[in-house]
Design a protein around this ligand. Sequence first.
Ligand SMILES: *Cc1c(COP(=O)(O)O)cnc(C)c1O
Length: 471
Amino acid sequence: MHDIMDNQEQVTKLIADHGSPINLHHIPSFLKNIKDFQHVFQKHKIDGQIYFARKANKSRSLVKAALEHGVGVDTASYNELQQALALGGNTENLVLTAAIKTRSLMELAIDNNIPIIIDNYDELKLAQNVAESLDKKANIGIRLSGFTVNGQKLYSRFGFDIDTKKSNLLKWLGRDSGFHSVILTGVHFHLDGYSIEQRAEAILQTLAFTEEFDSAGIKIAYMDIGGGILINYLESKVEWEKFQERLQQAVLGNHVPITFNNNGLGFEKNQQGDGITGKLKTYPYFNEVNSAKFLESILVYAREGDKPVVQQLRDKNIQLRIEPGRSLLNQVGLTIAKVVHRKKDSKNNWLVGLDMNMSQLKSSSADFLLDPFIMYKSPVDESKTTELFFTGAYCLEQDVILKRKLTFPALPEIGDFVVFVNTGGYMMHFYETEAHLFELSKNLFIPDDNEAILLDDSLPEYATADDWIKN
Ligand SMILES: *Cc1c(COP(=O)(O)O)cnc(C)c1O
């Protein structure tokens, strides 16, 4: 990222060629994240497999890189699946976990022998029906939910409830059921939130469940524990804590606002007006236990007097699958936009208008809390700092790119570039829209540090894999 920011000429050319903003992806960083997880599997001598949760980023270059490096891809829509097939995916390395599975999507998966994670009884019937009409077998895993952790049942709108649907599942998927075109080979869950304990407990409860299938003569070959592996975005824990403290003080009126219109990002003044209610509604940006260490913590978890999770998986000879999205994209992406204007609002705030809009850098939570960088074209006097907000192109008062008031060495000039770092996971793509007929940002990738920057659109979209190889 710093190399790119140091190369004014290169970024000037990229923006001139592709418009503003651009999203840049660094494939070597993606491969490093893959290796870090694989290393954990090796260290604990467990049969583990990674499926990159593609929904976290739209780029084809990442799908291609994953498949070329022995990593699978978790697809969640017709287009995601079709594109993954076009990029070299197959029955061995793809999985379909889509929340809604239409008949055509089911046909595409079954026709290509792609394992399907089944969420409900209607889907199970559809899988049977489609497989039968295609004269194929549907290879399925079942999604489970409703695990109990510390006496609390974890609610989810997804999956079969592990308590209430257990006997039905055994009946439906047992040897002599009517679902003779469906073959159950795996179990799956994906938990909301980022709890290590909940994931480990869910594994143990799912393992106990697989024993009942064993007794019924059905061999479960893999357990897929979904994603939600925490990453760490920040350098300093102190800064992270100070920020929250100061935000609360600002909301209470004891400190000048540090966010646009004093947005509490989830914190609110209580009714008496003397304290804070609510919680910070952002991703937990600072995490000491993150990435590979987070995965390892799940594996070494043990109930008192019991064997660790990893040993139980090994003993049962079950492959462990993970579906990381965000955590494979750590340090992979950045978003660069051009400064169009500067102005002062009536509250004396500097507002810097960028050639981009709020949907091109949008978090599902209250704000994205990383500090961007400015690439100044001309040398600046760093003795005076400037506080400012970035604003976007949508005709909404709320199109403020980041809610925090940001501090920079100087006010940028028109034409300077603003670089938002570590935006690869969800930030750049998940909520992007084309309101006002603005075009979506262009995606570029760096396949290798010694190679040229390429356009993601140059990779095949819906062609066949053969076409791609020929090209
Ligand atoms: C969203 C999702 C993932 C990826 O989650 P991350 O938090 O990005 O790791 C994996 N599996 C399923 C089923 C999902 O819905």
